[in-house]
Design a protein around this ligand. Structure first.
Ligand code: NAD
Length: 471
């Protein structure tokens, strides 16, 4: 395979230095990523700025066609991308893992390519005609995390280019390789400079968020980084979409069949080893069904093999990196003395060996709001369960958190579930499932989980400025 290079102005650009990318299942290097300097980033922003002049003039129909071709090109390279994704991210190849993520990237691209931004006539009468246009902003800076590096890159790039913007993307230093390859594939279809990719340290991020030639930042990552980005962009009045952390509550009402909901609860919490922004991160269960739900969930969880994502049959991979493993370990340790460990509980002893960042599927019952595993985002394979008796009290507890990304309600009575759903302070609520996002439904957080939305018409419009013409 060719070595990985930055992609700037349609060219593969080497750097003086590179950095190792590790496989989280083995802690062994799987490849070298180019380490960009600020000058590379400046080149990429300049190339995107020049490309914007002509890309914005390309008809919407041609941009839609280009996006469809991108989808086709990804599909033709799907297995290569999936293998690379498993190697650098750790997720299983099968199940809802790497092949699923690449397939979803194709589906999202195809759907987004069908959207359009027509001019709207607001008024047309004797007093005049008023037309509303949606215009591209310019250069979009995309900054992505390590949990779904392919899909999140697609969520940022495709609506940006479809609406006539150009892009500089900077992936997480933990998972740069799939993004470099993805952008290379896009460049086989797009004119040069429309999508550029720069990889390197975290310190490239602030250069992007403060840059006067970047008109919008789309960021997916932690709340802590999101707050820094929000502050740093004020000087240049950038447009912002911030998709930040979550601490989603799931509320199980007393009328459920515990056996029937166990699988949905499990995948709601443990998809991608719990490293999913809108995963179920706190489970509130009514006293009437509490022990039965705990039993059925543990029974289901025991059957899920954890291991190297490249091995057949593995359903849950390792934690992606040592930093995240330390966060999960610390939160679980704190919870062990407070609750009842039903499953898992501690990472295997390392004995000085490099053996992968594995943490067992962990379920801890009898915790409370105020316990760290309940209040803080674990972003890993550990689920706290909290008992409740009163519906008003549980809604208050679910809302007693600075985050507001998603939530779920579990009940046989859809109307009862909906009436709880409308009282939850979060951007999405699922009934009898959790985290099932789709390309035609806007997705975003309220409170400190973010600003703005992605997906659907509303998500596409965030890549535009409005202009009103009064004739
Ligand atoms: P992170 O905030 O540590 O890093 C995300 C990206 O920001 C990386 O590319 C990093 O290099 C860059 N970065 C770091 N410091 C920066 C700075 N000062 N300025 C600009 N960029 C900077 O997040 P992470 O650990 O990679 O991802 C995990 C977090 O992402 C979790 O909190 C998770 O909930 C959240 N997330 C949210 C969504 C969503 O849609 N809401 C989706 C996925 C992940």
């Amino acid at each position: 395979m060719d070595p990985f290079r930055l992609i700037i102005d349609g060219k593969r650009v080497p750097t003086k230095q590179c950095f190792e990318v590790l496989n989280p299942a083995t802690e062994k290097p799987i490849g070298l990523a180019p380490l960009a300097e600020t000058a590379h980033l400046e080149d990429a922003i300049r190339a995107a700025k020049v490309a914007f002049k002509s890309w914005r003039e390309v008809t919407e129909r041609k941009r839609q066609t280009a996006c469809r071709r991108i989808a086709q090109n990804i599909e033709e390279h799907a297995e290569e991308l999936a293998q690379l994704l498993t190697a650098e991210q750790g997720k299983p190849l099968g199940g809802m893992g790497a092949r699923w993520e690449v397939g979803a990237a194709v589906a999202w691209t195809q759907y987004t390519a069908s959207l359009s931004l027509p001019m709207k006539v607001l008024q047309d009468n004797n007093e005049g005609r008023v037309e509303l246009y949606r215009k591209p902003i310019g250069v979009v800076g995309s900054i992505t995390p390590w949990n779904f590096p392919v899909l999140i890159a697609i969520w940022h790039i495709i609506p940006a280019v479809l609406s006539g913007n150009t892009v500089v993307i900077k992936p997480s230093p933990f998972t740069p390789l799939t993004t470099l390859r993805l952008v290379e594939l896009m460049n086989q279809v797009l004119p040069r400079g429309v999508v550029n990719c720069v990889t390197g340290d975290d310190d490239l991020g602030p250069v992007m968020t403060g840059h006067s030639d970047i008109g919008k930042i789309v960021f997916t990552g932690s709340c802590a980084t999101g707050k820094k980005i929000y502050a740093s962009a004020a000087n240049t009045m950038k447009r912002m979409t911030l998709e930040l952390g979550g601490n989603d509550a799931g509320i199980v009402l007393p009328d459920v069949d515990p056996k029937q909901i166990a699988e949905g609860l499990f995948w709601g919490a443990f998809l991608n080893g719990g490293q999913t922004c809108a995963a179920l991160k706190r489970l509130y269960v009514h006293d009437d069904v509490y022990e039965d739900v705990c039993d059925e969930l543990v029974k289901f969880a025991r059957k899920m093999p954890v291991g190297n994502g490249a091995d057949d049959g593995v359903m849950i991979g390792p934690v992606q990196n040592a930093r995240q493993l330390a966060i999960v370990t610390d939160l679980v340790k704190d919870a062990q003395g407070k609750g009842r460990v039903l499953l898992g509980g501690a990472a295997p002893g390392r004995n000085g060996q490099k053996q992968g960042y594995f943490f067992p599927v962990t379920i801890i019952a009898d915790l409370q709001n105020g316990d760290r595993l309940v209040d803080e985002e674990q972003f890993g394979p550990a689920l706290p369960i909290i008992r409740f008796r009163d519906i008003d009290e549980v809604i208050e507890k679910a809302n007693d958190n600075p985050n507001g990304l998603g939530g779920s309600v579990w009940s046989r009575d859809i109307n009862a579930a909906k009436s709880v759903a409308t009282r939850l302070e979060c951007g999405s609520v699922w009934i009898n499932k959790h985290g099932m996002i789709q390309p035609n439904a806007p997705f975003g957080g309220v409170k400190q989980s973010g600003v703005g939305v992605e997906f659907g018409q509303e998500g596409l419009e965030e890549y535009t400025d409005l202009q009103v013409i009064f004739a």
